[in-house]
Design a protein around this ligand. Sequence first.
Ligand code: NAD
Length: 478
Amino acid sequence: MTTITVAKGDGIGPEIMNATLKIILAAGARIEIDEIEIGEKVYLSGHTSGISDQSWEIIRRNKIFLKAPITTPQGGGYKSLNVSTRKFLGLYANVRPCASFYPFIQTKHPVMDIVIVRENEEDLYAGIEHQQTDEVVQCLKLISRPGCEKIIRYAFEYAKQQNRKKVTCFTKDNIMKQTDGLFHQVFNEIAAEYPEIENEHWIIDIGAAKMADTPELFDVVVMPNLYGDVLSDIAAQLTGSVGLAGSANIGEECAMFEAIHGSAPAIAGQDVANPSGLIQAAIMMLNHIGQNQVAEKVHNAWLKTLEDGIHTADIFKEGISTKKVGTQEFAQAVVLNLGKKPSVLKSVQHLNNYTLNLPKYRRRATAKKVLDGVDLFVHWNGTDANELAGKLQRLETGGIKLNVITNRGIKVWPDGFKETFCTDHWRCRFRPQQSLEISKIDIATLLTRAIEEDIDVIKTENLYSFDGKVAYSLAQGQ
Ligand code: NAD
C-alpha cells in the first residue's frame, strides 16, 4: 500500500480526478489517498502561493503526488503553484509521452510516438523579472550545468530503459550562445557516453517545424523548460487532443504526476472533459511506485476503450467514433474494459520498475576566473548614442575605457547606424585599456563617478573569462 497525495484542483480538475481514481481503484491500485486543497480557492483566501504550509507537509511526507490542473489567477502577483512545486521538490525531469492512436483517433500524423523530456526547474521559469527603465522590462534566463547534466542524462537513461533508439536535443544556441550553448555542449558530452543511442541536435525553430510536419522522425526529445512547455502542447495536440497526454515530474526524492493541459474553465462542470491525460499520468505514477501490473491493466483497458470508439467530445469524429460520452461515462467504459486488451493498437506491458537511479551531480574543479570588464546598464532618455558616449567617457579612469554601447543588444556606438531604433535602456561596456584584468574597486569607482555625473546606472554585469575563455556575449555588430 502506498500513500499518495491527491489534489483535485480547479475547473475540470475534480471531474477528471474522480474519473481517474475510480479507474485505478477498480483496477486494484494499492493506494491510500491523502487529499489536499490547492489552487484558486487557496490563492483567493490569502495564500499567494496557492497552497498552505500544512499541505506542503503532506506532499513532502508522502513523496508521491497526483495532481489535477489548477487555475493560477491572472494578475495580482500570484506565482504559479505548478512551477513552485516542481522547483521546491526538485522535480527536474518532466516526461511527456505523446503518441497517436491511429486509426481510432483522427490525426494528421498516424505514425507518431514522441517522448518530450522537458527540463523542469530553470530557464526563464526562474521567474526573475525586473523593470528598471520606463520602456524596458527584462526576464533572467538561468541555465546551469547541473540542470543540464541531470535532464540530459535522464533523457538518455530513459531512452536506454525504454528501448528507444534516438535522443534529439532542441536549443536556440545560434542566438543564445551562453545559455542554450551550455545545454547543447552538455548534450554533446553526455551523448558520447551512450554510443548505442543515436543522437542529434536541431535549432528549435526548424526542429519544431519538422516535428509538426514529420513527427515520425523523432523519438525522445530533450529541451530546456520553455521550449519543452510549448512543444509538448503542440505534440499532444498533433496526436488528436491536448487532453490525451499525461506527464511525470520526477525528482530524486519526490514525484508529481499530472495531465499536461490546464483547468479548461470554459468546459468545467459540464462532464465533457477528456480524463485521458490524467489517466496517463496515473499510469506513470503506478509504474513509478512499482505497481506495474495495475498500470498495465489500466493502460490496456484505456486503449481498448479508444479502440471501441467510445470518445469524449474533443476526440469524437463521425465515422471513426461510435459513441460520444461524457467524462464519467468514459471512465465507466474503461472500468468495464479492465482485464481486456486492444486488438489493433499495440497492447502494453509494464514489466519493470521505471525509477531511474542516476548518479548524483558532481561539481567540477573551479575554473580560473578573470574579471575582463563591466557592463553598466543606464537609463537615459536621449536618442543620440554619441552624446551618451561623451557623458560616459567622463567616467573613464586610469586604464578603463568605454568600449561599446548597445541598445537591446545591437551596437549603437562607435559607428552606429542612424536607422537603429533606440529605447531608454543602454548597455555601456567598459574594458581595461592595457592590462587584461580589472578589479572590483575599478567598478566601484566607475559607479561613484556615475553618481557624481548624474548618470542613472540601473544595474551592472561583470564580464568574466573562465580558464581563458570569454564567457559573455559580444555586441551584435561588434
Ligand atoms: P487549458 O489546457 O486549460 O485549455 C486549452 C484548451 O484545451 C481549451 O480549449 C480547453 O477546453 C481544451 N482542453 C484542455 N484540457 C482538456 C480536456 N481534458 N478535455 C477536453 N478539452 C480540453 O489551457 P488554458 O486555457 O491556457 O489555461 C486555463 C487555466 O489552466 C489557466 O489558469 C492556466 O494557468 C491553468 N493551467 C494549469 C496547468 C496545470 O495545473 N498543470 C497547466 C496549464 C494551464
